[in-house]
Design a protein around this ligand. Structure first.
Ligand SMILES: CC(C)(COP(=O)(O)OP(=O)(O)OC[C@H]1O[C@@H](n2cnc3c(N)ncnc32)[C@H](O)[C@@H]1OP(=O)(O)O)[C@@H](O)C(=O)NCCC(=O)NCCS
Length: 143
């Protein structure tokens, strides 16, 4: 398994993984293509041979960053892929001077909450009806 910054040519593959994971953000191929051009975006992808199997996306400004989207291909979950992607992302953000990182996660998305907790994130608050009728938890971590 390889972990590398994502490139524009991976937009379709990233969208395909995202479409297989209901809790991912739902950007679609155009959304990834746009995000991959953003200078403030940091996007890492996991590759198994030629196949992209997971990604994590954040944006940063000054010393703050927000995780906006992440998913692992269902055929590759529970193998540490998301853990390794998070480690790469946090190192890349720290190298850019980021000190504080936040994210919103669906209040019923227990696997992602467990992953974020294991990566050192703590719950900072709750955003009522952030996802339609469902709440979001605001989580954060200092780097
Ligand atoms: C959340 C997600 C990214 C985790 O990916 P993954 O590669 O399977 O995660 P890892 O194997 O690195 O697991 C890290 C930890 O997360 C937690 N975790 C992952 N999947 C879990 C599950 N199904 N149930 C409970 N805890 C889970 C565990 O604590 C796990 O550590 P462990 O395996 O040592 O117990 C993946 O399940 C996914 O794509 N979910 C849908 C999209 C999503 O929720 N994105 C985040 C919000 S935008």
């Amino acid at each position: 398994m390889e972990f590398l910054p994502a490139v524009f040519a991976q937009a379709e593959e990233l969208a395909r993984i995202e479409a297989r994971q209901p809790f991912a953000a739902g950007w679609g191929e155009d959304g990834f293509a746009g995000e991959l051009k953003q200078p403030c975006a940091v996007i890492w992808a996991a590759r198994d041979g030629q196949k992209t199997v997971g990604f994590i996306c954040a944006r940063y400004a000054a010393d703050e960053a927000e995780i906006l989207n992440a998913a692992v291909d269902p055929a590759f979950t529970r193998r540490g892929v998301a853990t390794a992607l998070m480690a790469q992302l946090l190192a890349a953000l720290a190298a850019r001077g980021v000190k504080r990182i936040t994210l919103e996660v669906h209040a019923q998305n227990f696997p992602a909450q467990a992953w974020y907790r294991r990566a050192g994130f703590a719950v900072l608050g709750r955003r009522k009806q952030f996802y339609g009728s469902a709440d979001a938890l605001l989580m954060g971590k200092m780097l």
